[in-house]
Write a protein that binds this ligand. Structure first.
Ligand code: GLV
Ligand code: MN
Ligand code: MN
Length: 412
């Protein structure tokens, strides 16, 4: 039988993206929406309202993962999941994560409008937080869904625990109840902006992700000796910030030393204590992010950083305590789901390229419990995690359409 043509209501979806971007702690066009903040709460309410308006059954788990279900004809079968996140790092843009949430919802609505009745249920997942801003670890809630993290030791940098944050936000129930068994979903698909330049540069509308690079992150506490910036003589100093500066440069040079573009290293957080112009820094806290598509090479960079830290610490007489927050394996996407996306793109006359995701995503962890893959769309200049992040309506519409068609195929 001829399949009904699906229509994406891109104007409606762009309006929803704009409304969602308005729930922000930063002035437009910047978006800051940290998990369990008031703006996060308002954004969740907005998205849940849209899901309910589409007739979906909404449920939340103990850490705020949100599931909006469209029951299939055979609701006893494992569902097909799709979704992404709506939290945003400080000073971010409007499309990271949100395109996968509202695109997933629009894909479901397009299927509903077409008269399609899924055999398997289709479930939109809004992961509670993909970004590491609050708890220092990316994807805490999909790690918990995949049973890889129990969440009991998570806290923010001021010592306020996940337990305190989530209950204050209205999420109760046992943390141990968050994990889903393997086989809970028959498939999982995440639509996302590429966050890199390749699709735009090559003029290709879609990326079908075959693997996700292996991320690692470290926290370091560097302790030296403080004192009066005028009176403490230079030969007597054990300046924690000077030591930190050397470590920051060592991270850069360790990442560059592989000679491969797939290796990246960043120090994105540096807190200096006491933070006064006329006081020698006594303590510094760094947060370090290292990634690679190749696990052994990524671990080689971590080893180089560890060596550099030991050298700096001995030479400058400071102590450095390092905590490995996470050092994950890369994910391989499921060949069957990858081929379903590729087939649908081709059927719609849309060119695609297979590619690796250098950014991490909740799919990194969903792939542990479900056959999973991702669909990328181009974003302007490859820019992301910045207020000027932008994806064109045509690009978003193409992504939502291919997502809808793939959901139709997998849920039939
Ligand atoms: C996700 O936001 C990442 O940092 O890759
Ligand atoms: Mn992000
Ligand atoms: Mn994202």
């Amino acid at each position: 039988m001829e399949k009904t043509k699906l229509e994406i209501d891109i104007d409606g979806m762009m309006a929803e993206l704009e409304t969602l971007a308005g729930f922000s702690d930063a002035p437009a066009p910047a978006v800051t929406r940290v998990v369990f903040s008031e703006q996060d709460r308002r954004a969740r309410e907005y998205v849940k309202g849209l899901c309910r308006a589409a007739g979906l059954l909404v449920r939340e788990d103990a850490v705020g993962n949100t599931f909006a279900r469209w029951d299939g004809v055979a609701p006893e079968l494992p569902a097909i999941g799709t979704g992404s996140h709506i939290d945003a790092i400080p000073n971010a843009g409007a499309y990271d994560g949100t395109v996968g949430v509202l695109g997933g919802l629009e894909a479901i609505r397009a299927l509903q409008r077409s008269g399609f009745r899924p055999r398997r249920s289709i479930e939109l997942i809004v992961f509670s937080a993909e970004e590491p801003t609050r708890f220092g670890i990316g994807c805490f809630s999909s790690r918990m869904l995949a049973g890889l993290l129990d969440g009991s030791t998570l806290g923010d940098k001021d010592g306020k625990t996940l337990e305190e944050w989530r209950t204050a936000a209205g999420f109760h129930g046992e943390l141990s109840g968050v994990a889903l068994p393997s086989g809970h979903y028959a498939g999982f698909l995440e639509l996302h902006i590429e966050q890199g330049p390749l699709l735009e540069r090559e003029g290709i509308p879609l990326g079908v992700v075959t693997a996700i690079a292996a991320p690692a992150s470290l926290r370091m506490w560097i302790e030296g000796e403080g004192g009066h910036a005028g009176a403490l003589l230079m030969p007597d100093r054990r300046d924690a910030f000077c030591a930190a500066a050397e470590i920051v440069l060592a991270v850069e040079s360790a990442a560059r030393s592989t000679g491969v573009v797939d290796t990246v290293g960043t120090v994105g957080v540096c807190d200096v204590f006491p933070g006064a112009v006329n006081s020698v820094p006594s303590r510094v806290r760094l947060e370090v992010d290292v990634r690679d598509t190749d696990l052994a090479r990524r671990d080689g960079v971590l080893a180089k950083i560890e060596q550099a830290v030991a050298d700096v610490s001995a030479r400058r007489g400071v102590t450095v305590r390092t905590e490995v927050v996470n050092a994950d394996c890369p994910a391989a996407c499921d060949p069957g789901v990858v081929e379903a996306l590729a087939r649908v793109a081709t059927a719609h006359g849309l060119a695609y390229r297979k590619m690796v995701s250098r950014a991490y995503h909740d799919t990194l962890f969903m792939s542990r419990i479900a056959p999973a893959a991702m669909l990328f769309i181009p974003c302007r200049g490859g820019v992301s995690h910045r207020p000027d992040e932008y994806a064109a309506p045509e690009a978003i519409a193409a992504g939502a359409l291919v997502l809808a068609e793939a959901l139709r195929e997998l849920a039939s």
